[in-house]
Design a protein around this ligand. Structure first.
Ligand SMILES: Cc1cc2nc3c(=O)[nH]c(=O)nc-3n(C[C@H](O)[C@H](O)[C@H](O)COP(=O)(O)O)c2cc1C
Length: 299
């Protein structure tokens, strides 16, 4: 078992707690939110306490927290209480320095569109403008605001219903599907760390929606207890709907590389290494056949 420390949130400083929460729940998407007050002053600020929670109705929530320093509320929070509208703009890498600049604690009536040099584009259905540079913007009406506490650090859930969506066509394919992998979106992590959803950071896993996998628990003990296969390898094998039968395995034993191993291998590791190569190449069927042949050998 790996060593862990276990903490009671009440027994550490709020600074430490904030650090642990934000470094752990990461990467977080960033809502770059424009709002307006009763007098018409526009505000633009980033919030990474943010996600989408429902598609029907379409609902996104972000949380401007009370200041841990002086318990003051964010201008964004004050604005949505006065005018219950917001535009949630998504953030990609080319904008992130301007987003960071817009998070500066400028005085109340300062328009961060101006300070950050970003383009304010009139919205269709709400009064705050959207960010012209954003790959995607959601015009929202604010349905509810739920304060989570009254002390410094307390979040305020701003529950937003999306009423209009703007998508940059450069990220759409011919059927208007949004190509998330091309957007170069940015996430926030702990401390000063950010992440780009780009290049090698991206990978795909097919959704296990069409089949019901057998599960890792149904794999033979020799496979489950392998010193070569990882938890991910076992999960790929456990995702198979069925395991090959005897006659399939007999045919598999005729394959040159399997025949060769049958003649000379005396260790399960050699079999598992070959199976792992197959699994790494996403050939899970060959991997399970190889592992089941090895299992029959009962080393
Ligand atoms: C990327 C990023 C994410 C942020 N996320 C949050 C957040 O989720 N909640 C929050 O209260 N402050 C967050 N902040 C800090 C606010 O943006 C900052 O306090 C800002 O000045 C608030 O502006 P306002 O008072 O004009 O609303 C974040 C800052 C950055 C740079």
């Amino acid at each position: 078992m790996d060593k862990v420390i276990s903490l009671d949130p009440n027994e550490i400083t709020s600074r430490q707690l904030h650090g642990y929460l934000l470094a752990s729940v990461a990467p977080r998407p960033i809502a770059f939110v424009s709002t307006i007050d009763k007098a018409g002053n526009i505000n633009l600020s980033p919030f990474s306490f943010f996600n989408v929670f429902s598609a029907n109705p379409p609902v996104a929530i972000f949380s401007p927290a009370r200041s841990a320093r002086d318990n003051s509320t964010k201008h964004t929070y004050d604005n949505v209480n006065q005018v219950p509208e917001a535009v949630i703009n998504l953030v990609n890498y080319s904008m992130i320095e301007q987003v960071s600049l817009a998070s500066t604690a400028f005085p109340k009536s300062v328009n961060e569109f101006v300070k950050s040099g970003l383009t304010a584009v009139n919205s269709d259905t709400v009064s705050p403008p959207r960010v012209g540079e954003s790959p995607v913007s959601f015009e929202c009406k604010v349905n509810q605001i739920i304060p989570l506490g009254t002390e410094g650090g307390a979040g305020n859930l701003v529950i937003c219903e999306v009423i209009r969506i703007h998508l940059k066509t450069e990220y759409l394919d011919a059927s208007n599907t949004l190509q998330t992998e091309r957007m170069d979106l940015v996430g926030r992590m702990g401390g000063n760390w950010y992440i780009r959803a780009f290049g090698d950071a991206l990978f795909q896993i097919s959704k296990p929606t069409d089949i019901i996998g057998r599960g890792v628990d149904q794999l033979p003990a020799s496979v489950r207890n392998s010193t070569i296969l990882t938890g991910s390898d076992l999960a790929k094998l456990g995702g198979l709907e069925g395991f090959p039968d005897e006659s399939t395995l007999d045919k598999w034993k005729e394959r040159p590389e399997i025949k060769c191993l049958l003649q000379k291998s005396h260790t399960p590791e050699e079999w598992h290494k070959l199976a792992k190569q197959m699994i790494d190449n996403q050939d899970i069927e060959s991997g399970i056949k190889t592992l089941l042949v090895a299992d029959e050998l009962a080393f």
